[in-house]
Design a protein around this ligand. Structure first.
Ligand code: ADP
Length: 683
């Protein structure tokens, strides 16, 4: 295959050119050519086209082969330039070679052209390649340098002794030098002359000796001015073609800003944590405050509810009290009217003995009715102030029920009602320790109510013992109580009927007194009732058996007693009260002495050693009953002193005990009990 070649002929003689082309063709070339014969044409041909070689005549009419060579060299083209000449002379040849011709061939020896051209083409190829390699190396160097100088890192290359060979601008500046030349040949220890210098130099030596690269380690470096910087550094060994370590490259990338940000971040993180903790504590405080507030709110709400409740209760109590007062006024006025009315009749001297007795009976009954109302009011006051006095004694319940049965029989019959005491007469009497008068009081209330609220049918009452309790009931076939009212009738002043169009009378205190008494005795009271069918009131008291002498029978009147051998001193400043007691005592044939105050009483005891008992009023002028009793007890410790008072509340008993009374009574005095007690002390 023919080699194609582009040849530029510098030749004025076309025949010569054809001859040379022939030679080349014969030598195996396919020739593409152009022929120029002036400097201008040569210049244009070099500028406009590319050529593989130039074959030039030496002597041309317009210029010489040397001129052509000058032009060729100026163009910078590096292709074979061969001079072919008919003229030969050593000087010419030397001049041509000096001027840069690659070969000089005589036209007579034209056959040398092909081998010379082939050789020169080869050499030109080698030259071109070398030039290309050099260019590439130069380019790479400059690229590397540009990179080294412009990367935002400290970069240096060190030799096997850790001395700088290359250092970029940043490295030079950081080391405090002005130029790369100044720093060249120095190691870090020499450059920095501080802790960092030593540390870095030692690290260099480790990399150089072990060949182990150190990649991306963080280090704190103080520059030559003492400013702190942080860098991420890598030190990588460099190997020569024989794989020996020939140095290292060190690259350090500054991370001071990042580090500062990290520090700031850490600081703000810590302050955030601190703040968080503070918030947490605050939060806890708020939570507990919240709880407290919620609790307070709940308390306030409860207080509010309680207040509303109390208000409602107060309003209700108010209503009840008004109703009670209206009712009370009615209840008190009724017997009072009778007393006053019939007492005024008694003043009439013309009325006969029978009518007088009748009027006295009415007055007596009305007086008792009034007393019972007042007693109820006093009792409820005592209950409300928490004072209910109880005297435990051995009580025959069966006997008590029998007495009540007898007591109520007459009234029941008068109202056309059956009264049934439902106890088994053959069974043993129920006897327990309790306050008999209180149990009687409760039963009286219940029986009175049963009578009052029953128009036809029967009233049944009974007691039995079960599970250590005495269970009483009073059952009637009366008007009954609707369920709503059953719960409230035990409250003071509660009546099913509250209007003034009342049919039944009463003060609404009986059941609340009864409940308080039963509870005080250790039991419970309840009601079971169906409207228009009837009611069952039942209550319990503890069943306490104790073999003790029974309280003696209450004898009916003072005249049943015989105290003629006794002297009784009555200390009482109120003359009517004294007269009442004197009346009772003289009926027993006792001798009665009267003292109008405490001093007189003490004096009379001193003067009369035969006094067997003293009845002592507590509130008296000059010296009260407490003091007088104390002095009397000093004179005669064994002399019984029985106190009596009109004081309502129950502190009497305690005070009485303190003053060493043997017994006490509240006024008005219940004659039967009074006589019985005195009798017990006189025996
Ligand atoms: P009082 O009988 O003086 O009104 P209580 O406290 O004894 O007062 O009774 C309260 C109310 O209970 C009576 O007013 C009456 O409405 C009702 N109550 C009591 N006992 C009976 C009963 N056996 N049958 C019907 N209602 C009764």
């Amino acid at each position: 295959m023919k080699k194609s070649i582009r040849v530029l002929f510098i030749e004025d003689n076309e025949g010569d050119a054809i001859l040379e082309i022939d030679v080349l063709k014969k030598g195996g070339f396919e020739v593409i050519y152009e022929r120029v014969d002036s400097p201008k044409a040569l210049k244009e041909a070099l500028e406009e086209k590319s050529w593989d070689c130039i074959i030039s005549d030496y002597a041309l009419p317009l210029f010489t082969g040397i001129d052509a060579l000058m032009e060729f060299r100026e163009s910078g083209t590096d292709i074979p330039f061969i001079i072919v000449s008919g003229v030969i002379g050593e000087e010419t040849a030397v001049a041509a070679m000096k001027a840069g011709a690659h070969d000089y061939i005589m036209k007579s020896n034209i056959n040398r052209l092909v081998p010379a051209l082939e050789r020169e083409l080869r050499e030109a190829g080698v030259r071109r390649q070398n030039k290309q390699s050099e260019d590439a190396i130069r380019f790479e160097r400059s690229l590397l340098r540009t990179l080294i100088d412009n990367l935002p890192c400290l970069i240096c290359i060190k030799d096997t002794e850790s001395r700088r060979i290359i250092a970029n601008k940043a490295d030079v500046n950081f080391a405090g030098y002005r130029s790369e030349d100044e720093i060249a040949g120095k190691n870090d220890n020499e450059i920095f002359n501080n802790e960092y210098g030593k540390r870095s130099h030692a690290a260099d030596l480790v990399v150089l000796q072990t060949g182990t690269p150190q990649i991306n380690y963080e280090e704190e470096i103080s520059d030559t001015d003492g400013n702190r910087h942080w860098y991420i550094t890598s030190k990588i060994p460099i190997y020569d073609s024989l794989q020996n370590i020939s140095g290292l490259v060190a690259i350090a990338h500054e991370i001071t800003d990042r580090k500062r940000m990290e520090f700031n971040l850490m600081e703000s993180e810590q302050s955030l944590k601190r703040q968080n903790l503070e918030y947490e504590t605050l939060n806890k405080e708020y939570l507990s405050l919240n709880e407290e507030i919620t609790e307070s709110l709940d308390r306030i709400k409860k207080m509010n509810d309680d207040l509303i409740l109390s208000k409602n209760k107060a309003e209700e109590a108010d209503k009840l009290k008004s109703a009670f007062l209206a009712n009370m006024s009615h209840e008190i006025r009724t017997p009072l009217n009778a007393i006053l009315g019939f007492a005024s009749f008694l003043k009439n001297p013309d009325i006969n003995r029978d009518r007088t007795d009748e009027f006295v009976d009415i007055i007596d009954a009305s007086g008792h009715q009034l007393l019972s109302i007042i007693n109820d009011i006093l009792e409820i006051s005592q209950i409300e102030s928490g004072h209910i006095s109880i005297t435990m004694e051995r009580v025959n319940i069966s006997k008590l029920l029998n007495e009540l049965s007898v007591q109520f029989k007459k009234e029941a019959t008068a109202r056309n009602l059956d009264l049934v005491l439902n106890i088994n007469n053959s069974a043993e009497d129920i006897v327990t320790r309790t306050d008999g008068s209180r149990v009687r009081q409760v039963l009286l209330n219940l029986l009175n109510n049963a009578l009052k609220f029953t128009h036809e049918g029967k009233i049944e009452f009974a007691a039995r013992v079960a599970r250590n309790q005495v269970i009483f009931y009073v059952k009637d076939t009366g008007i009954g109580i609707d369920p709503d009212n059953q719960a409230v009738i035990f409250e003071p002043f509660r009546q099913v009927e509250t209007t003034i169009t009342r049919n039944y009378g009463g003060n609404g205190l009986g059941l609340s007194i009864s409940r308080a008494l039963v509870e005080r005795l250790g039991g419970k009271i309840s009601v079971n009732s169906v409207p228009n069918k009837g009611s069952i009131f039942s209550f319990t008291i503890p069943y306490i058996t104790e073999k003790q002498p029974e309280v003696g029978e209450v004898r009916a009147t003072p005249s049943n007693y015989d105290w003629k051998n006794h002297v009784i001193l009555v200390a009482e400043d109120e003359i009517y009260n004294y007269r009442f007691i004197e009346e009772m005592l003289t009926a027993t044939s006792a001798k009665v002495l009267h003292a109008r105050d405490g001093i007189e009483a003490v004096e009379l005891v001193r003067q009369n050693p035969d006094i067997s008992l003293v009845i002592m009023d507590l509130k008296m002028p000059e010296m009260d009953g407490y003091k007088a009793t104390e002095l009397i007890k000093n004179l005669r410790p064994g002399l019984p002193v029985i106190a009596q008072t009109a004081t309502v509340f129950n502190d009497i008993k305690e005070e009485g005990n303190r003053a060493a009374f043997d017994e006490y009574f509240s006024k008005p005095i219940e004659m039967k009990v009074f006589m019985q007690v005195i009798d017990a002390y006189l025996d």
